[in-house]
Design a binder for this molecule. Structure first.
Ligand SMILES: NC(=O)c1ccc[n+]([C@@H]2O[C@H](COP(=O)([O-])OP(=O)(O)OC[C@H]3O[C@@H](n4cnc5c(N)ncnc54)[C@H](OP(=O)(O)O)[C@@H]3O)[C@@H](O)[C@H]2O)c1
Length: 286
């Protein structure tokens, strides 16, 4: 099958490209190859490549979006709309990634968010990602919207991706203990996306590992998986709070996700976040 991936240098895009290239003819387009905000370039590229399936992994991240709302709107909402329209033109399906940041995360300890909950984003990234979902739905009936949360895997410089390596090297980390979400191992995300695509059920999905944690709990578990004793882990983790991080964009506090469509389709819950993290740590240290 001919598959086109946008944002292919990013965390999700690079892992998807590697996995799908084993079995398919993949055009893995990085930002420099295709800027999804360029409507004409999107149309031309899709009509040249004629993919059967498009994965849109391009996005402007959270703080960058707050700094530059016009660019956020263009990348997170406009571009997905162009891609979905171009998909429709060539008869392709589109998988578009979205986020738990569409929700406001209040109150703490509420039930996990489902597709029945109204989006109520608290930052520019969330607002533009919600607009991107709408743009994809409006432009292409053969679309899968995959909302995911706190994704980690090899190759990216982020807290979730690196905390185990930092602890292993005896380096100190700062870990936030007052925001909670679902976490998602990128390999599990890809497995479930491929299962979903196999159903041809065009809908909005929540794809995350089971359970909920803070960054602090994630760091503790990473240390435990490395075989470190609590007395060795504690001095390496400085607990911090979201407000003390002085990040540009506000973050929702409590955003675990639950997937009603997967339940309806009879998919088993994805493995618990601790089992997924164990698989990542094992694989990354091999
Ligand atoms: N990572 C997470 O925790 C997480 C959580 C929830 C949802 N998601 C969603 O999952 C998807 C993939 O995220 P990710 O973590 O893989 O992001 P990422 O690592 O930041 O990768 C995004 C990629 O998009 C590219 N990009 C930015 N603007 C572009 C444009 N105008 N045209 C084409 N490419 C452009 C970036 O390239 P440059 O860097 O060169 O600009 C980057 O390679 C996104 O839709 C994101 O919203 C991610």
């Amino acid at each position: 099958m001919k598959i086109l991936i946008t944002g292919a240098a990013g965390l999700v895009g690079s892992h998807l490209a590697r996995r799908l290239s084993l079995e398919h003819d993949v055009a893995a387009l990085q930002h420099a190859d295709l800027d999804i905000t360029d409507r004409e370039a999107v149309g031309r590229t899709i009509s040249d490549v004629k993919p059967a399936l498009i994965f849109n992994c391009a996005a402007l991240q959270v703080d960058e979006s707050e700094r530059n709302p016009a660019m956020a709107q263009a990348v997170n909402a406009g571009g997905p709309g162009y891609l979905a329209a171009a998909a429709r033109e060539v008869g392709a399906e589109i998988v578009h990634f979205s986020t738990q940041y569409g929700f406001d995360g209040e109150p703490i300890d509420r039930a996990a968010y489902t597709i029945e909950d109204e989006p109520r984003p608290v930052n520019v990234y969330g607002r533009t990602k919600v607009a991107g979902e709408r743009a994809v739905r409006d432009a292409c009936a053969r679309g899968y919207i995959i909302r995911t949360s706190w994704v980690y895997g090899s190759g990216k410089n982020s807290f979730l991706c690196n905390v185990h390596a930092q602890l292993r090297a005896g380096k100190k980390v700062r870990a936030i203990d007052d925001i909670w979400s679902s976490t998602t191992y990128v390999e599990d995300l890809i497995d479930r996306c491929l299962e979903i695509r196999g159903t041809r059920r065009y809908a909005t999905y929540h794809v995350v590992n089971a359970g909920v944690c803070t960054y602090y709990e994630f760091a503790l578990e990473a240390g435990r998986l490395l075989g470190l004793a609590r007395a060795e882990i504690d001095p390496l983790i400085e607990i911090t709070h979201e407000r003390d991080m002085r990040r540009i964009a506000p973050r929702p506090r409590y955003t675990p996700l639950r997937c009603l469509v997967s339940e309806e389709l009879g998919f088993p819950p994805m493995r618990d976040w601790r089992a997924a993290l164990a698989a990542y740590v094992r694989r990354d240290l091999e």
